[in-house]
Ligand binder design. Structure first.
Ligand SMILES: Nc1ncnc2c1ncn2[C@@H]1O[C@H](COP(=O)(O)OP(=O)(O)O)[C@@H](O)[C@H]1O
Ligand SMILES: [Mg+2]
Ligand SMILES: [Zn+2]
Length: 141
């Protein structure tokens, strides 16, 4: 189990450095961990925890991994803790459609199809590649 209740509480109280925000969560960094707080009434954190258990119970395709994840309840507020993946964020690319050169964020179309077996949103920098392994870092909804 990763993370601490204390770390989760700090994230909730804004006592950790802000790393990034998506459409559903604010993400705070604590060394080799991140803590995620739902924005507004979003319930991505509970959904992420649920999906985590489901994906853990199936065999993942080669070169795909789940960032280790944990859930803390702080005063009834769900806080996701996740291993920080220090790699290159990637997302679906539309370079071919718009006639642009690919860059390091472009997820290979074949890989995007494989990854979409596990997560719905392959378009939002929800995959981080590190040492040739595609880590899923957002399986909320
Ligand atoms: N485990 C992680 N390792 C590294 N960066 C992360 C991790 N989790 C989130 N991030 C960063 O925070 C951003 C927003 O987190 P994400 O979980 O995708 O939130 P949302 O559900 O709002 O899209 C990600 O796109 C990524 O840049
Ligand atoms: Mg996301
Ligand atoms: Zn591209």
């Amino acid at each position: 189990m990763i993370g601490t209740y204390e770390g989760a509480r700090k994230a909730l109280e804004g006592d950790l450095p802000h790393l990034a925000s998506g459409t559903s969560r604010h993400v705070y960094r604590d060394g080799n961990l991140v803590y995620k707080i739902d924005i507004g009434w979003d319930e991505s954190n509970l959904a992420e925890w649920d999906t985590y258990q489901k994906i853990l119970s199936v065999d993942l395709e080669p070169n795909i991994a789940l960032a280790e994840t944990n859930l803390f309840m702080v005063d009834d507020v769900p806080v996701i803790c996740m291993e920080y993946i220090d790699g290159q964020p990637m997302a679906d690319c539309y370079c071919n459609l718009v006639g642009e050169e690919h860059n390091e964020t472009c997820l290979d179309a074949g890989m995007a199809v494989v990854i979409s077996k596990y997560i719905d949103d392959t378009g939002g920098m929800n995959v981080v590649i590190k040492d040739g392994i595609y880590y899923l870092i957002d399986f909320g909804e």
